[in-house]
Design a protein around this ligand. Sequence first.
Ligand SMILES: [Zn+2]
Length: 301
Amino acid sequence: MKTLLKVVGILLVLAILGIIAYLLPAHIQVRSVQPDFPSEAELQALTRIPDGPVNIRYINTSSQKTAQGILSHTAFIVDWADGKRFLIDTGMDAETAIEFGKVLESFVDAEPAVPHGNIAELLGDDIQQTSGLGYTHLHIDHVQGTKPFCAVRGPGVTLYQSHWQRDLQNSNTVDSAAIIEDSCLSRTVVDSNGLSEIDEFPGLALVGIGGHTPGSTLWVVPVNGTLWLISGDISNTKADLTNNHGKGFLYSYILVPEDTGRTQDMRLWLSTLDAQQNIKVIVPHDIADIKANQLPEFQGR
Ligand SMILES: [Zn+2]
């Protein structure tokens, strides 16, 4: 009996060491991304750039009822007066959304996911107008929709990324990186040590932020004096962001290796910005907050 206990103990220690050895490189990697946050003045300057975006709308590719509320998988469409259009994130197709939902069902109190259509179906004929694309980060629920998008759109779309988003992958982002590699997108890497404007899309800017994934990116979209900050998955609900509530040990240390110090800094920084009159921080999974902020839904044209 004593020997058996000893063996079980040794196996347990080995298993824990194995998990640590597996997760450690990802934790070191995500902590290597520490750029300064841009100042509010730098962000506000974007609202004064001529010929900036005239419109931002959301597209909801799927929803799932959880104990915390409805978790949605949204994408964002940004329009310019001359007809240019930029897409932020691509959500998931129906099959992937249901599979992804099952993972959530097994970890938290959640109902099965309800898909609303892939991004190509939801964009309809307007898909050809899209010539630029960016991701908040390379998790599958934000990137998989690139497959149906490309199947219909074909070449002619430029992906804008930070070097961190292009170069730094972990076990949670490699699948998305492979989808991008095989996609219709041509890639442009934008210097992202701080705030980087996207010259081809006046007013639009990206900020490499890290924290949730090494390549996590904040998209800044000025529309008629309002600054929309598309924050990715720093938090999954707006309440968690404004209450400075983290995701817990299991999520941030085991499931998705996060830099929790940095995600906390970002929650505090974004909460301060969100309190400004003309700044609205958008948490892409929080459909209730997106609606509360009166961000309109894309319904064609
Ligand atoms: Zn997500």
